[in-house]
Design a protein around this ligand. Structure first.
Ligand code: NOJ
Length: 559
């Protein structure tokens, strides 16, 4: 367990940068051609084919390094019919030609490691594509070798058109079941009919999936983000959910004890690898108490996403509650928190918070100041908003196109994408002629420059990196204030400075000095319009509207 603890320690203060490969950068158009030539593997007709690729990610690793991120997480890059843009996997041990091939992947991994950037893959164990050979075999006959790898139920003889239970699928209005005409049974899918659920009660599924993990670990990946991990163990009786929950997609409800032994086994499996891979799980249950169980006794997930903040308004009261909840729930069980404000499934937080740059800046300070591993969604460091997608270009079955708009690398017409005059798969993020990497990299007052300063300070400050968190009473309710540092004396004596994070969620100036004793220096400030503070100068006890700062003691720089 000691090795595992040390491994986790590396990730505790880490900033993980999520890349949605279709939307990052297209560098090598030959992948697109290769994919089109495959015919059956080509993107659904409705989708324009200018999607990003692995070479585009590889060429922009310096951006990740300059941002200061410690790791990247790649959303799925495996061969896929793209019904759910890669979360419908047709081969767990390959690369979709759209993105490149295994050689391109190995080059990307090596170049990332050269920059000390770790790489997490997105592993999708709850379901496959309906075009995965396992499912193609399973649906061939009731006696197929892979039949039990999926979840099948007989129709009710009295009402054959009624699905086996009242579970609702995610995306669209339908049931979580599709009737398979050929073999006369229903199969389960918590998501699209093109994403049949695997049956993790079948030992061969577990073994095959362990083989998948080994395949990537042998190539040198540093861990996995696990999709819908709380979905793996299903209640064997597959009973109806209570009527009051029948409209909620079942993927947000499944929370069965049988998942935990599976997770313990997977954890023991990956712990044998010398790189001590990280397992971070998507436990989409929102309730912190339920999510905490998936850490086990330090023998299941290393980390689980804490999604409640993605549903919180821009409000001091709300974020204070989020913090109290996480500290109270995870603290006692020694589970390390995560913070995520945006990802590929939700509108970007700048958009959710109303669109102002000032709020995007304050949110940057908030997230980097948190106690926990921080996950940033590519584009957030540029202050990007969602794109409004016209109906005729909408492609996602879950309505999530807006936050997947391609990243603009420069102000040119193709924004640094090798489109050769064709169109990107979705329209670019808004204001791409100003909000793009090249522009922001030249501008000390950009959102990108703010993220760089914040992450650089987080690395230097052990208080911020993995120190404790203590909420402070800052007077006005809309000012969130917390202290980061060690409670034990030894830490202070070792010269590790404490820091204070202040976020004014209100749109008026606020006094905050009662919350603080003694002089403080502004180490990083969100700045922007109406700011009342200057970095590296004494804090005067007031914050401008929607302004946020990280303060340190004047006598010691952070160590
Ligand atoms: C969660 C992923 O984040 C989402 O994008 C996907 O559609 C579902 N799981 C199904 O795999």
């Amino acid at each position: 367990m000691t090795g595992a603890r040390e491994a986790l320690a590396w990730w505790q203060g880490a900033v993980v940068y999520q890349i949605y490969p279709r939307s990052y950068c297209l560098a090598d158009p030959s992948g697109r051609r290769a994919r089109l030539a495959l015919g059956a593997g080509s993107p659904p007709d409705r989708v324009r084919d200018g999607a990003g690729d692995l070479e585009g990610i590889r060429r922009h690793l310096d951006h990740v390094a300059e941002l200061g991120a410690d790791a990247i997480w790649l959303s799925p890059i495996y061969p896929s019919p793209m019904a759910d843009f890669g979360y419908d996997v047709a081969d767990y041990c390959g690369i979709d030609p759209l993105f490149g091939d295994l050689d391109t992947f190995d080059a990307l991994l090596a170049d990332a490691h050269d920059r000390s950037i770790r790489v997490l893959l997105d592993w999708v164990p709850n379901h496959t594509s309906d075009r995965h050979p396992w499912f193609e075999d399973a649906r061939r006959s009731r006696t197929s070798a892979h039949r039990d790898w999926y979840v099948w139920r007989d129709p009710d003889p009295l009402d054959p058109a009624r699905p086996p239970n009242n579970w609702k699928r995610a995306f669209g209005e339908g049931p979580a079941w599709t009737f398979d005409e050929l073999t006369g049974q229903w199969y389960l899918h918590l998501f699209l009919p093109e994403q049949p659920d695997l049956n993790w009660a079948t030992p061969e599924v577990v073994e095959a999936m362990e083989g998948v993990l080994d395949f990537w670990l042998a190539r040198g990946v540093d861990g996995f983000r696990i999709d819908v991990v709380h979905g793996l163990g299903k209640p064997p009786e597959l009973d109806d959910v209570p009527d009051a929950q029948a409209d909620i997609p079942y993927s947000a409800l499944n929370d069965h004890d049988s998942t935990h032994p599976i997770l313990r086994r997977l954890r023991a499996h990956v712990d044998r690898w010398p790189q001590q891979p990280l397992l971070v799980g998507e436990v989409f249950l929102i309730d912190a108490g339920k999510v905490a169980k998936y850490y086990g006794n330090g023998d299941e997930l290393h980390l689980a996403f804490n999604f409640a903040p993605m549903f919180s308004p821009f409000s001091g009261v709300s974020f204070r509650r989020r913090l109290e909840e996480i500290e109270a729930t995870l603290g006692p069980v020694d589970a390390w928190p995560t913070w995520v404000l945006s990802n590929h499934d939700r509108p970007r937080h700048r958009t959710r918070f109303g669109g102002s740059e000032r709020r995007a800046r304050a949110a940057a300070v908030l997230s980097i100041g948190m106690r926990g591993t921080v996950f940033l969604y590519a584009g957030e460091e540029l202050g990007l908003e969602d794109t409004e997608i016209p109906d005729e270009l909408a492609v996602d079955p879950g309505g999530r196109d807006g936050c997947r708009a391609p990243i603009p690398w420069d102000a040119s017409a193709e924004h640094g994408w090798a489109l050769g005059g064709s169109e990107a798969w979705l329209p670019f993020a808004p204001n791409a002629t100003t909000l793009n990497v090249a522009n922001e990299a030249r501008d000390d007052s950009s959102v990108l420059a703010l993220y760089q300063r914040l992450i650089e300070f987080r690395r230097r400050s052990s208080a911020l990196f993995d120190g404790d968190l203590q909420l402070l009473e800052a007077g006005p309710e809309e000012v969130l204030a917390f202290r980061r540092g060690r409670r034990e004396k030894a830490f202070a004596e070792a010269g590790e400075g404490e820091v204070v994070v202040l976020v004014n969620f209100s749109d008026v100036e606020q006094p905050v000095d009662e919350a603080l004793s003694g002089p403080w220096v502004v180490e990083v400030g969100s700045g922007g319009e109406g700011s009342l503070t200057t970095e590296h100068e004494l804090f005067a006890g007031r914050l401008g509207p929607e302004e946020a700062v990280i303060l340190r003691r004047p006598d010691r720089g952070a160590r």
